[in-house]
Design a binder for this molecule. Structure first.
Ligand SMILES: [Zn+2]
Length: 90
């Protein structure tokens, strides 16, 4: 069984995707801590079942972000979360 099938799908906002990829910027204040709700998890893009032509495409949503909880409308991306410390094949 791969880590892909052991994770769970989360929907992330732009701030969470940015902070996950680059780390938090000094001096930037957020109403909701990016990735604060997924402390202890690693995330990566979730492409299962998607046409490669659409990989990386986001979608607009008013739904709450699973990473920080913001309910502000905006772009969202589908990611897969797995507990930190577990790697594929373990
Ligand atoms: Zn977020």
């Amino acid at each position: 069984m791969s880590a892909q099938t052991e994770g769970f799908v989360v929907i992330l906002c732009q701030d969470c995707v940015y902070v996950d990829a680059n780390g938090a910027e000094d001096g930037v204040e957020y109403d909701n801590v990016p990735m604060g709700l997924l402390d202890g998890y690693l995330v990566g893009p979730h492409y299962d079942g998607l046409d490669p032509d659409y990989w990386g495409d986001g979608f607009f949503s008013w739904g709450a972000c699973d990473g920080c909880g913001t309910g502000l409308g905006g772009m969202r991306w589908e990611y897969l979360a797995v507990p930190a410390g577990r790697r594929k094949g373990e």
